[in-house]
Design a protein around this ligand. Structure first.
Ligand SMILES: C[S@@+](CC[C@H](N)C(=O)[O-])C[C@H]1O[C@@H](n2cnc3c(N)ncnc32)[C@H](O)[C@@H]1O
Length: 206
């Protein structure tokens, strides 16, 4: 990338972060937090040298953030237009692997391949607009079930799940989401420590 392109890109991000921080302050730091704060959570809990698996590439901004810090990022996106845009964005980035499909269809084969240190950013869900919507608006319980089946292959694992505020099916717009307690049960059943930070569920096992 040319120096000028790099500078204008950095300026664009700087402006975006400033605006998001100002809006967040106006919202009295309520959830959801700005992207920069979420990225800080991912960075704080990453396992050095691990492979990242992201569900829901969307525009690829977090994919790029992770790729700058990780050995390999596998990112899954079912929406055709988003997958194609992502493929163009990362065509020259050797440590980014984009996978076209839902996590329900891709996880079983992908997880069979993975060994060692793995971090998951589970963020694939219907979000309106050009984003994909499956039978359920979130595949999270499927994803957790597949991860559980692969646990013996991982030497250490971190699972980060976004949008914990939505995990309350008594709220009509989140009727497809499991209750938070189900996610906590999953973590505890698998001897993982867990906590919630800025609306992100963080589960870990060494
Ligand atoms: C909130 S966005 C992801 C944002 C992105 N991870 C980031 O951090 O910038 C959710 C994405 O998940 C995708 N999605 C929806 N259902 C999915 C599924 N079953 N499996 C994988 N991704 C899914 C949507 O198309 C959308 O692009």
């Amino acid at each position: 990338m040319h120096l000028l392109d790099k500078l204008s890109r950095n300026l664009k991000w700087w402006i975006r972060h400033k605006i998001e921080a100002r809006v967040w302050r106006k919202r009295l730091f309520d959830v959801p937090a700005p992207q920069k704060v979420k990225w800080a959570v991912l960075d704080r809990h990453k396992i050095p040298g691990a492979t990242w698996v992201e569900t829901g590439t969307y525009l690829g901004d977090t994919t790029e953030f992770l790729a700058a810090r990780a050995a390999m990022v596998c990112s899954i996106e079912p929406a055709d237009a988003l997958y194609q845009a992502g493929s163009r964005r990362f065509r020259n980035q050797a440590n980014v692997r984009l996978l076209h499909g839902t996590s329900e269809t891709i996880f079983p084969d992908l997880l069979k391949e993975l060994r060692g240190k793995v971090c998951f950013w589970l963020d694939g869900h219907a979000s309106g607009g050009v984003t994909f919507r499956g039978v359920l608006s979130t595949p999270i319980m499927n994803e957790l079930q597949d991860i559980e089946a692969s646990l013996p292959n991982f030497s250490s694992i971190v699972v980060l799940i976004d949008d914990m505020r939505c995990f309350d099916p008594s709220i009509p717009m989140y009727a497809d989401y499991p209750p938070r307690a189900k996610v906590v049960d999953w973590a505890e059943r698998n001897q993982m420590t867990w906590h919630i930070e800025h609306d992100i569920f963080v589960a870990k096992r060494d």
